[in-house]
Design a protein around this ligand. Structure first.
Ligand SMILES: Nc1ncnc2c1ncn2[C@@H]1O[C@H](COP(=O)(O)OP(=O)(O)OP(=O)(O)O)[C@@H](O)[C@H]1O
Ligand SMILES: [Mg+2]
Length: 257
């Protein structure tokens, strides 16, 4: 983890949803975790274990039932402290790509003209040059994901929360976007908390990977990924990579036995 205090710290965070039938649903159980400044951390775990719930708590959309969340050593977790990309891209169908990209900055009270200018200048590095005026339905899945990421990046926060950003894409597009994301991350120097079901993706991108248990989700494993940077595709074929992958799979499978 980087130098200095972590930019994000969760201590004993639990979340129980009250439901209408009088039953309550325990989504998270005493989750403690940290993300260092500029660190790339992934979160893997079975479907329904509470990953999106956890991101929602960090983004300040809901409050934990128990425990504490600190962002940059402060307990103020009001919406807008972090840049959050939800599990679905949520582009507004009637707004152009550029207008979608600047939406978050506008809602956050930023200057529209400044946000548009910055978005324009970033289009080429997001592979979206020439598509500023395109409506979402005329874009490919990968382009929509990049547009949603552009919107997240334009918020200029120290922490990016990305919930399965490449979940619905084919393997080739996904591989290309993984490389591109590392490139963007290295330039931004922001911390990333990245949710994925793909253990190879998690390993290849991250400095560390947290494995969560089944619901109620808790942290099963905190795995440091000691592969050098910059990461290259051929690292996926190394014995070191295979050993890390096995540890992740063991932790995931131990829980389903
Ligand atoms: N607003 C809510 N009210 C009640 N229950 C909820 C709410 N949001 C999530 N849950 C429940 O909390 C549990 C965790 O859901 P969550 O979406 O966090 O899982 P997840 O790990 O992101 O799953 P996936 O990998 O499928 O995206 C689920 O059982 C879900 O039904
Ligand atoms: Mg989810």
């Amino acid at each position: 983890m980087g130098v200095g205090p972590p930019v994000l710290r969760l201590s004993g965070v639990s979340k129980t949803y009250a439901s209408n039938g009088g039953h309550s649903l325990r989504a998270l159980r005493e989750v403690s975790m940290e993300v260092g400044r500029g660190e790339f951390v992934s979160l893997v775990g079975p479907s329904g274990c509470g990953k999106s719930t956890l991101l929602g708590l960090i983004a300040g959309l809901e409050a934990p039932t128990d425990g504490a969340i600190e962002i940059a050593a402060e307990t103020d977790v009001s919406p807008g402290r972090v840049a959050y990309m939800p599990q679905r891209d949520l582009l507004l169908p009637w707004r152009s790509l550029l207008d979608n990209a600047t939406l978050g900055a506008e809602v956050g009270g930023g200057d529209r003209a400044v946000a548009r200018k910055r978005a324009q200048s970033l289009l080429p590095s997001f592979g979206l040059e020439g598509f500023a005026d395109a409506l979402p339905h005329t874009l490919s899945g990968g382009m929509r994901q990049r547009a949603a990421l552009l919107r997240t990046v334009l918020l200029e926060r120290e922490i990016l929360l990305l919930d399965e950003p490449f979940g619905a894409l084919d393997a080739l597009t996904r591989a290309a976007l993984q490389e591109w994301l590392l490139d963007v991350w290295e330039r931004l120097k922001a911390a990333v908390l990245f949710v994925t079901h793909d253990v190879e993706e998690a390993l290849w991108l991250s400095d560390r990977v947290y494995v969560m248990s089944r619901r109620p989700g808790s942290i099963q494993l905190d795995l440091a990924v000691d592969l050098p940077r910059p990461r290259t595709r051929d690292m996926r074929g190394t014995a070191g990579f295979a050993a890390l992958k096995q540890r992740l799979l063991d932790a995931l499978l131990a829980d389903t036995a």
